[in-house]
Design a protein around this ligand. Sequence first.
Ligand SMILES: [Fe+2]
Length: 358
Amino acid sequence: MLESINILLLDDDLHILDSVRMNLSSLGEYRVFAYSDARDAIANIEGKDYAAVITDVDMPGMNGLQLLQWMKDYDATVPVILITGSQETDILMEAIRYGAYDFLKKPFSLSDLAIILKRAVEKHGLLRQNVLHHNHLESMVEARTRELNQTTKKLEMSYLNTIRAMINAMEINDEYTHGHSERVAAISLLIGSALELSKEEMDLLRIGALLHDLGKIGITTQILHKDQSLTDTEYDDIKLHPIKGLKIVEPIGLSPRVKNIILQHHERYDGSGYPFGIDNSQIDFLAAIVSVADSFDAMISNRPYRLGVNTGKAKCEICQQRAKQFHPEVVDAFEKIQKQIFKTLESPAIVKELLTEV
Ligand SMILES: [Fe+2]
């Protein structure tokens, strides 16, 4: 069964309304919905899906021009044919401005109306197809964007899992540093959050802090596990771990700022650190954050050659090195949220939760 072409017809002259309705219906193509009041037509428009509107201009209540404007807002694809008994150019100009499809002057012949209506219905079909095509394209773009986002998410997860595997490889030989990277990352993120870093910087900070000591894979376990003071040569070897770390991650195309964290986390604000002895002017701020987090966690952790100190004492050490070893802004942020840091470190579960937040 063919779908009917619905036409909205409006005229307050009931005689004209009835006559036009019957004549158009007799053409067999159209289902004509006739109203003498535009407000009634609007109240019942839901689900009609009109292919064209034929309306008298001069009507009480809501006139044809007002209906034309309303239709353009409701569905701009529906052509509106105006019937007018007036020759006033003002009305015609206004109708053109509002986007009327065509005009018919009373009295008009049914054949003229039928020709105009046929063209209007064809135009509506084309406009509707255009809209459907546009909507289809939009939904295709949305679907592809969703797929792309899911793939990106999976890649990010796989990337983070690779990083975790690298950290496990590093920590498996060194029980004393077990969990160190995750704790440093958690402390760094808490400080970063207190400093109101952007989401992008927080993501880089998370990855850089997790990877900061990766270069220790390249340090022999004899040195890492030594329970006596290191010789100068051994210490020189340890001091190469930032450079070794950078070499390890070179092939995976990390952000330069993540590389800065790996390379600079033992550099000091006053230039007395290693491996290059650069000062604040050249140290990446993210590396300065990891430096504080790393030193704090190292102080409170047990080492083969010494026991860790309590959090209060470690905090004092950090504060004493303000604007010497450490960036003053980072120390201030650390001090501000010290209680939150201490509480986080009490629970490995909270540390993990912090690191999985996206
Ligand atoms: Fe380190």
